[in-house]
Design a protein around this ligand. Structure first.
Ligand SMILES: [Zn+2]
Ligand SMILES: [Zn+2]
Ligand SMILES: [Zn+2]
Ligand SMILES: [Zn+2]
Ligand SMILES: [Zn+2]
Length: 332
């Protein structure tokens, strides 16, 4: 039984004073040196996992506040660089802090988490509503089906799964998961909600779209991946005709700037200074390296090397070439 019979939304800022004072007397006006400031207890509710773990180790009082409050652990997100250190055992320990009330579990690229480990976490937390496991290659389609089936049997309310990049996932798995998750809507709730390409869509921890499942069957390669709709109006109009560019990134390369498809003819010229791609329309509008004439996408703008001429820049490769030529000249 939770000690905080208030809703999840409102508790994060009200619970900690209660926690901190329930077992200990109110702090004296002048705190003895070495004790954590009361504001730190208040801040715990806003901390991400790495900060929480750091506070846990800082001192006994803070450690007790962190470890003893299930509400702090209802939403668990593991991101790099912590991901590589999270094994089944570590995950069980972390999620046990929620005392069965885990609502949201987000594991980004946790390679050491297995189907069996995740299943045990879900067995202890049947009220979990979202599970994000993008890039967790230790998980498989079979494992996710087992988890969704278990939650279905327990009348759970899982509403969001993010599965891009897990292993051995087939259309068969996807169909079972969909039918269990979208009970009232046998067609699947995905229909009609387009997914446009941008890098955030690939970094699934950041996506907050309402679709129950992120992945779909690519109609070209038949793999289970993120399947993007096109942002080009003319492409979307012909969506239902024979030629359509709805598909995974590998079948339909997408522009980093507008999310539109890039035709095979344009692909040769869509070369950027970073390893991304840009459609010709966008390519024409952005500033380019003054030596090789290749632009950077927005995500990699920080790689531009400004030149003394205002507004001009060099790409990393041209700058390195330039530097090595200067070295050679020095040798003469
Ligand atoms: Zn494909
Ligand atoms: Zn574009
Ligand atoms: Zn298109
Ligand atoms: Zn260049
Ligand atoms: Zn880029």
């Amino acid at each position: 039984m939770s000690r905080h019979p208030v809703s999840e939304v409102t508790t994060h800022h009200t619970m900690l004073p209660t926690t901190a004072t329930a077992s200990t007397p109110p702090p004296p006006p002048a705190e003895p040196p070495g004790e954590p400031h009361a504001a730190l207890f208040l801040a715990l509710g806003y901390m991400r996992l790495p900060e929480l773990l750091a506070c846990w180790r800082v001192c006994r009082l803070l450690g007790e506040a962190v470890a003893g409050d299930p509400l702090l652990w209802r939403r668990l997100a593991v991101e790099p660089p912590l991901s590589g250190r999270v094994t089944d055992q570590v995950l069980l320990k972390l999620t046990a802090r929620a005392e069965g009330t885990l609502r949201s579990l987000r594991l980004f690229g946790c390679l050491h988490v297995s189907d069996a480990g995740l299943l045990r976490v879900v067995e202890h937390n049947p009220r979990v509503t979202e599970i994000y496991v993008p890039g967790c290659k230790g998980l498989t389609g079979d494992g996710v089906v087992n988890i969704v089936q278990l939650l279905h049997e327990h009348k759970g309310n899982i509403s969001r799964l993010r599965l891009d990049g897990i292993s051995r996932m087939s259309k068969h798995h996807l169909d079972i998961i969909m039918s269990l998750m979208c009970k009232g809507n046998p067609q699947g709730q995905q229909d009609g909600i387009p997914l446009f390409y941008n890098h955030r869509a690939r970094e699934a921890l950041n996506t907050n779209d309402e679709r129950p499942i992120d992945v779909d069957v690519c109609s070209v390669c038949a793999n289970i991946r993120l399947v993007f709709d096109c942002t080009r109006d003319d492409c979307r109009k012909v969506r239902d005709s024979l030629w359509r560019c709805r598909g995974c990134y590998f079948c339909f390369p997408r522009c980093e700037k507008c999310g539109g498809c890039i035709s095979p003819e344009d692909l040769v010229e869509a070369d950027l200074a970073c390893s991304d791609l840009m459609c010709l329309d966008c390519w024409l509008t952005v500033p380019k390296c003054s030596t090789c004439n290749r632009p950077y996408c927005e995500r990699h703008e920080n790689l531009m090397v400004s030149l003394s001429m205002a507004g001009q820049f060099s790409c990393q490769r041209c700058k390195e070439l330039d530097a090595s030529q200067e070295d050679q000249e020095d040798d003469y």
